[in-house]
Design a protein around this ligand. Structure first.
Ligand code: LIP
Length: 282
């Protein structure tokens, strides 16, 4: 069992009022993400069976499935009363009130192309509120973590979302695109309106890591339409707990329509621009 308390060095130790059950949930999330990360890294070395899902370009590999099998088996053994929802089809009802959202490989296309930008994303929620989240990149070894109301960390470093930009025109922004061609065309139209208003764009290929990069000050902002709960739950909590402004548009929370995370310095301008461009209607 990973000992996440080591992830928080003494001076960064969060408020001792944090309920032990949240510490235990995070400890488990980190352990699960590291375990699945080892499986994913080992499978990448071999030949991979690949299949298409919603569209010919929405791919799943047997490494995605092996990672999800591991996560579900571990949860069944260690928290049999919890519910589970996983990208590759895992769905298990429970009575504890806790639900785990699992993305066994977020950034599957990067994984297939051996681009070292993919992650195992694990989050636990209660009544729709994310309690803990962990995003682990098995290639870089980086582990992003957060506890609701207590903060966000990269390893033992406490995170605060303060990218360099003081305004949108200086911002480096991340985004992503759908596996559906027609939706990508609409996303492209929105992006055409965004590009002249920002400094630069990054399409890194894994929503969970993109959100954590806003938390770590590696991006000033990120938005994407059409994300699933397992893509964004853990990363949104990391961004929010690092002090990023996390939202949808028009006063809505982040959801499958659109999820936005931005530093306080650029959030207001970006939200107005995305609303003007109808970014939540693609
Ligand atoms: C991916 C997201 C990415 C998005 C892709 C896809 P997957 O998740 O992380 O941000 O642009 O369309 O949804 O499919 O690799 O788990």
């Amino acid at each position: 069992m990973a000992d996440v308390t080591r992830a928080w060095s003494d001076e960064d130790m969060p408020d001792p009022e944090i309920p032990l059950d949240l510490v235990e949930l995070l400890d488990l999330a980190v352990d699960l993400a590291h375990g699945a990360g080892r499986i994913v890294r080992d499978r990448q070395a071999g030949d991979l069976a690949v299949a298409a899902k919603s569209t010919p370009t929405d791919l799943v590999t047997e490494a995605d499935r092996a990672s999800e099998r591991f996560l579900v088996e571990q949860l069944r053994a260690r928290r049999p009363g919890d519910s589970v929802l996983g990208e590759e089809g895992a769905e298990q009802a429970g009575s504890s009130g806790i639900r785990w959202l699992l993305d066994p490989i977020d950034g599957t296309i990067n994984f297939l192309y051996r681009l070292p930008q993919f992650a195992v994303s694990v989050a636990a929620e209660r009544a729709g509120q994310t309690l803990v989240g962990c995003v682990h990149n098995p290639v870089s070894g980086e582990t992003f973590m957060a506890v609701a109301g207590a903060g966000a960390w990269l390893g033992s470093r406490r995170l605060t979302a303060h990218g360099p930009a003081s305004s949108l025109e200086h911002a480096v922004l991340g985004t992503g695109f759908s596996y559906d061609a027609a939706r990508r065309a609409s996303q492209g139209r929105v992006l055409a309106g965004v590009l002249p208003r920002i400094a630069n764009l990054r399409r890194l290929g894994a929503a969970s890591l993109d959100l954590c990069f806003v938390a770590a000050g590696r991006l000033d902002a990120y938005y994407e339409q059409g994300l699933a709960p397992w893509d964004m739950a853990a990363g949104l909590l990391v961004a929010r707990e690092a002090g990023a402004v996390v939202s949808g548009l028009r006063g809505r929370p982040p959801d499958g329509r659109i999820a936005v995370a931005a530093t306080p310095a650029v959030a207001g301008e970006l939200t107005v621009l995305l609303e003007e461009l109808g970014a939540d209607d693609v």
